[in-house]
Design a protein around this ligand. Structure first.
Ligand code: ATP
Ligand code: MG
Length: 361
């Protein structure tokens, strides 16, 4: 069976370093591994509209930002198909049929949707489209026959939902859809990178992000203002590294080479953590090191972005061609689906003959 990747991001803002460690960095590695037959990377504008219906301009403006972030991280349009969700109408059609295979109670149990509803203060005015977005994600994944979905931990319930839909569809209508597997980051600190404010998740909606396209000065300010251990008041005080976002970022980004390069008095992160826990190591020193590490990661991304920004029409053309290619793939799946559901009336000669006969006998 072909190995196929599908993943994507909502164009609700520029991408941040949580996206980078949670999914983007891995995608580029998988792309360059040569192990995959097809790779689809989707800018999920239709999904972004499910909770931004009154602000289509935000979604519209952020498509190019996300595309620039993709390219500057190393996604390569000659290896990966970059496309825009709304330009592939088959995805909406699949969603509509899958809706019949899922109950309201099942959707209500989805923990990520639950917490997002709270976060957005929807209370009793949850848009139906938002409530059902896990179903549309199942359509996105299955439309491309994806076997592998590299995402952050918050997407686990979506993958579970997608698998259930696949099983149910195949059970009711016969083997048609491919069951996907989630691919979580190997490093547990990357599964859900916290915000600079210490909140559980760095998220565009929470305004606690370091963006891939932030300037060096913006990154410095954000890091120096970061939340740390609130009980670590004096340098001599013993500090706590668990739950301390500065150390979590180091877990996600710092390599032993970074220590050799920027902080050679420590062999590795363990040595730095031991010193902090013992006391005698100030937050400022750790933050300065984190800044050096982040700059080491972000500088090449920022520089590539500057290059791509010089030719925006070329990037829009990449998205257009990618969307055409994605549509062809999704159309083939939709045909298969309609055939299995036996709603492909005009392609089904048996059906046409049978109906004609029904009234002549
Ligand atoms: P929004 O607030 O609009 O939902 P978001 O920041 O949650 O935005 P998404 O576009 O919903 O970003 O997520 C895109 C991908 O990035 C998903 O695979 C998700 O798991 C991953 N991701 C998002 N935030 C983080 C994070 N803080 N840590 C690790 N992965 C993340
Ligand atoms: Mg999200």
């Amino acid at each position: 069976m072909a190995k196929i990747i599908l993943t994507g991001d909502r164009p609700t803002g520029r991408l941040h370093v949580g996206h980078y460690v949670g999914s983007l960095r891995r995608r580029v590695e998988l792309q360059n591994s040569g192990d995959y037959d097809e790779i689809y990377i989707m800018i999920a504008d239709a999904q972004a509209l499910t909770d931004n219906a009154d602000n289509p301009e935000k979604v519209r403006q952020n498509i190019i930002e996300v595309a620039l972030d993709y390219l500057s991280c190393g996604l390569d349009p000659s290896k990966s198909t970059l496309f825009i969700q709304s330009q592939v109408p088959q995805l909406t059609e699949l969603t509509f049929y899958y809706m019949n295979l899922v109950t309201v109670a099942r959707l209500q149990r989805n923990p990520t949707v639950k917490s997002e509803i709270q976060l957005r203060d929807f209370h009793n005015s949850i848009p139906v489209g938002f409530f059902t977005y896990p179903i549309s994600q199942a359509a996105d994944i299955t439309a491309f026959d994806a076997t592998t979905v590299p995402v952050g931990e918050d997407q686990e319930p979506m993958l579970e939902q997608a698998k259930e839909i696949v099983r149910r569809f195949n059970y009711v209508y016969g083997d048609t859809l491919v069951e996907p597997q989630i691919l979580l980051p190997e490093n547990k600190y990357c599964m859900r990178l916290p915000g600079t404010d210490g909140k559980a998740k760095m998220s565009k909606s929470l305004n606690n992000c370091i963006y891939l396209s932030d300037s060096s000065e913006e990154v410095r300010k954000k890091i120096m203002g970061m939340f740390t251990d609130p009980n670590h008041l004096r340098v001599d005080d013993p500090g706590q590294v668990e739950g301390n976002p500065v150390f979590i970022y180091l877990e996600a980004f710092a390599t032993d080479e970074h220590f050799q390069k920027f902080l050679p008095e420590y062999e590795n992160l363990q040595a730095l953590k031991d010193h902090y826990t013992r006391g005698g190591l100030g937050d400022v020193k750790v933050k300065k090191f984190l800044y050096a590490v982040m700059e080491d990661v972000l500088t090449p991304i920022r520089e590539r972005r500057k290059e791509y920004e010089k030719d925006i029409p070329a990037i829009l053309e990449i998205l257009k061609q990618g969307s055409i290619k994605a549509e062809a793939k999704a159309a083939a799946t939709l045909n298969r689906v309609k055939q299995s559901m036996r709603i492909n009336y005009f392609d089904d000669q048996d059906y046409l003959d049978e109906q004609a006969k029904k009234f002549t006998e």
